[in-house]
Design a protein around this ligand. Structure first.
Ligand SMILES: Cc1cc2nc3c(=O)[nH]c(=O)nc-3n(C[C@H](O)[C@H](O)[C@H](O)COP(=O)(O)OP(=O)(O)OC[C@H]3O[C@@H](n4cnc5c(N)ncnc54)[C@H](O)[C@@H]3O)c2cc1C
Length: 405
């Protein structure tokens, strides 16, 4: 058994990996630079458990395969660490709305979706798993424009419309449960407000520099897992590891409306294919929305992106949220029926790391793919490009099995 294990980054991936290793009897040190666990991308994200449908510009289906693999394992693996009833955390199912200015035609989308259905069928039978522990198949139905669902949408912006059984999960509830699980786990020592600033490989171990406020100290570990998402490349680079292609970090504003909705109040919708947005109805847990052309507030190709969370104050975020809502309401007029107080608007943002440095309005952009992701191991150093929230439980279990082997 490895003596000292460090996990850098207490987001979704770091926490799930720590829990999995602890379940196998390992002592783990988990370092998080902020004051609490799971407050960054794994808290701010939309929670869609992807089945590949968004990645229709990856014509080789590599992203779809990767997402389906993650999605099929998501719920059953999450249950290794927390007690969760899928039905308590699911959104309403997604519609896919192909925008009139989309990068793809409806026919192309439908062909792609049908291939995703076949890939899902193969993978579900291979792994003997159900999506979210509930669904045996991926449903995608193209709706005729006389379908009652069209009433939700402004037909000026709809090239085609699809009803699916893809869902999002309530990431905030999951974060609360995971935080509680880790606090109860004696084998995990959690160091908050502790940033790892330096890493050096010396013979068979690693020297990490821990920064807590103005204090600095060094500690040695036998094995290191870098699960620090926005901080990952900066540390990797110190060990000579660099990504195979140019990359980018984006800061995306993602608003939660903390209110109760009924299933029929608003649909959950992803608008494709290009720089558009989403709304998600989480029923009793509120709603999520984001509109990419306004909500993509930051772009960086540096090793580490700027501290965007600190850069944008609440009033700037609120203004962006309101503008995003207005833009979405033009396409989904049913949103105009909702009224809410500013106090209910929670405009959080999160960093998205991806290989590729051309934005999503460009067809050839690598940002339309997520297959060069996952674990890269160099001896006892494991660095992980999580890629998507969808993949967290699967990657956590795979990481632990690498450590054990
Ligand atoms: C707005 C938005 C919407 C998204 N929607 C979806 C979606 O619908 N579905 C989906 O599958 N994915 C989605 N994603 C992507 C998903 O959120 C991420 O892929 C995933 O959460 C990354 O998890 P993580 O644990 O690697 O990173 P994080 O949750 O960000 O955790 C990394 C942690 O490392 C800490 N850290 C960084 N550097 C250091 C350091 N040097 N020392 C110590 N700690 C450090 C950070 O503070 C952070 O807490 C979305 C992302 C965003 C931002």
């Amino acid at each position: 058994m490895k003596n000292r294990i460090a996990i850098i980054g207490g987001g979704g991936l770091g926490v799930c990996t720590a829990l999995e290793l602890a379940n196998h009897g390992y002592d783990v040190h988990l370092f998080e630079e902020s004051k609490a666990l799971i407050t960054k991308a794994s808290f701010a994200n939309e929670g869609k458990i992807h089945l590949g449908l968004v990645y229709a510009l990856d014509t080789h289906f590599q992203t779809a395969k990767e997402m389906i693999r993650g999605a099929l394992h998501f719920m059953s693996y999450l249950k290794r660490w927390i007690e969760v009833n899928p039905e308590d955390i699911l959104s309403t199912p997604y519609y896919y709305l192909n925008h009139t200015n989309s990068l793809l035609k409806g026919k192309q989308l439908l062909n792609y979706y049908q291939s995703c259905q076949s890939l899902f069928k193969e993978a579900a039978s291979h792994y003997n798993k159900r999506y979210l522990d509930l669904f045996d198949r991926l449903d995608v139905v193209e709706l005729n424009d006389d379908a009652y669902e069209f009433e939700h949408f402004n037909s000026d912006w709809v090239e085609s419309l699809y009803k699916t059984n893809e869902y999002a999960v309530e990431v905030r509830k999951i974060a609360t449960l995971l935080r509680a699980a880790i606090m109860e786990q004696e084998k995990v020592s959690v160091c908050l407000n502790t940033k790892i600033t330096n890493i050096k490989s010396i013979k068979n171990h690693f020297k990490l520099t821990l920064a807590t406020g103005i204090e600095r100290r060094n500690e040695q570990f036998d094995l290191v897992i870098n699960a620090s998402w926005n901080g990952r490349l900066e540390l990797d680079r110190q060990l000579g590891i660099i990504p195979p292609y140019p990359w980018s970090y984006r800061y995306k504003l993602a608003t939660r409306l903390i209110s109760r909705f009924k299933e029929g109040d608003l649909p959950s919708v992803t608008i494709v294919q290009g720089p558009y947005g989403d709304i998600v109805n989480f029923k009793d847990c509120g709603m999520y929305f984001s509109w990419y052309p306004i909500g993509r507030m930051g772009w960086s190709e540096d090793l580490r992106p700027p501290p965007w969370d600190e850069k944008f104050d609440h009033s700037t975020r609120l203004a962006i949220s309101k503008m995003s809502f207005q833009e979405l309401s033009k396409i989904i007029p049913v949103l105009n029926n909702l009224s809410f107080d500013d106090k209910l608007i929670d405009p959080v943002g999160g960093v998205i790391f991806a290989l590729g440095n051309e934005d999503v309005n460009v067809v050839r952009s690598r940002l339309h793919t997520r297959y060069d992701i996952g674990i890269q191991s160099t001896g006892n150093y494991h660095t992980v490009n999580t890629g998507k929230y969808t993949l967290i439980p699967l990657l956590a279990v795979e990481l632990a099995s690498r450590v054990m082997s």
